[in-house]
Design a binder for this molecule. Sequence first.
Ligand code: GDP
Length: 288
Amino acid sequence: MGFADKLKALFRRSTLDDEAYEDLADLLVEGDIGAAFAYELVESLKKKCRQEKISDMDGARRALKSLLLPYARSKQLELNEGKLNIVMLLGVNGVGKTTSCAKLAYWASKQLHSNKVILAAGDTFRAAAVDQLKIHGQRLGIRVVAQGQGADAAAVLWDSIEAANADGAHLLVVDTAGRMHTRQDLIKELEKMNRIVAQKAPEACYSKILVLDGTTGQNGMRQAEIFNTAVSLDGVILSKYDSTAKGGMILSLAKEYNLATMFLGTGEGYDDFEVFSPSKFLDELLGI
Ligand code: GDP
């Protein structure tokens, strides 16, 4: 039985006794909510149910939703119609960065009612990333600015901003290299990127989004910690949400690092990309 089904089964029990509370805490840990946070939540739920004289399971489930709501933080990607928007996706190898670049470019071109979108193949480190992005660009009819594998990512960014300025583009989505950085390397690389944006596109609306793989649990939390302390992140894309159905990591990200979720990746197709909705997410999580 998957996590969501187990949670639903728990709320089908007849009473919320101590055993049910304990099982709930275990389940929340299993759902990628950190252990300390899970126990804290269960204690808050007990207190709330006692104070509000909630004894039925449905009431308890709704009470839990209200306790989780502050941690289901969402944030809209800021897209300014009158300016060039630059969105840089960060994250380690394999999390779904390149795929998310294509999905985001496709989604935003619909939002902006504009095909003046450019993809920048800034992951010059992973062997197949440049070609992969070019294929996405061909399929979507979106221009891709690239140099060869091993090229300087900063030079690709430079070229892509020049192309965006020349085309009067509305959006530039930048893929980046995903090697596991040390904090110092990451800061240096990002500072270089920031300087190029400041120099070439000082008026641009510039966002940095971390892509995390929803199936990696605590590993994802560690990545969030490294990137978040090195870079001021605007939000998170949680990819592969279709393969996990857990997603408790979203709540931990908000609690631990004050990070908001912007999008969920829900499959391998271009349309498998959703704006994160806290209430819908919690209803799915709790089986409401
Ligand atoms: P990168 O190394 O971070 O650029 O990762 P890729 O974009 O190459 O993605 C790694 C793998 O994850 C690929 O096989 C993608 O098709 C797959 N992938 C990416 N996003 C999703 C998603 O939301 N759902 C599923 N099921 N697979 C995904």
